[in-house]
Design a protein around this ligand. Sequence first.
Ligand code: NAP
Length: 246
Amino acid sequence: MKTLKDKIAVVTGGNSGIGYATAKILKEQGASVIITGRRTEAINAAAHELGVSGIVADQGKLSAIENLVRTIKEDFGAVDILFINAGIYLGSDIEHVTEELFDGIMDVNFKGAYFTLSRFIPILNDGASVIFLSSNTASMNGATTSAYASSKAALNSTMKIAAVELAPRKIRVNAVSPGPIETDLLKKQGLNDEQLQEIKEWIIDRVPLHHMGSAIDIGKMVAHLSSSESSFVTGSEFIMDGGMSL
Ligand code: NAP
């Protein structure tokens, strides 16, 4: 059913993984979709495969976010669905963390996501839906995840305050917090296939449902939160982790 007919949707970080799968589902449900990413070739290829619009934008840079908003306003007018998904993972224990690692994570996962919401607000239609991609790590306490988990915990806090601030315009703001999802997130850290397999086995042992999630699982939840079927839902975090954080 085309529940998102005539909606304009923006998916940041839409050239791979969760963003890519979600863009596909939003399009199938009738939305006109714009994806963003850092790498020109990847964004062009994904936009072509999906039959959506692609714009190169570094979501960690305020000037790039403001350019993105200007371009979308000129070309599409206003936005109904904003999926703030772009993010990276880097791990380090607190003692040995570098400023570069800390800033790298915070610039994209928190500052970038925060200013993406901030600068899009003027071009959101009343009744729009904003969804942040957070993580179950925000409510867990895994060693070496402090910077990443804190970036997502900060997002969850912003999400709730934004839900309050934007409620008078009937704009809903929610977060989806996945557990382990099969994407290229860890591969992009430079891990080889053997290391990835070891991590996967370690993770699956800790997930009560005993498997990794798929990007499509997350995309379906984002589509639900984008539609009128969730019209009374705002300020909520949806943990989707097969029970891992229980
Ligand atoms: P992914 O396949 O690596 O996708 C990440 C996307 O974000 C890519 O399209 C990437 O584009 C984009 N991106 C990263 N930095 C960017 C920047 N500065 N500007 C613009 N785009 C940027 O990984 P994923 O697993 O789908 O991750 C999506 C989100 O889910 C992230 O926020 C991540 O923290 C979160 N998450 C993932 C998991 C998991 O297990 N996979 C679990 C919980 C939460 P480029 O490739 O062009 O950089």
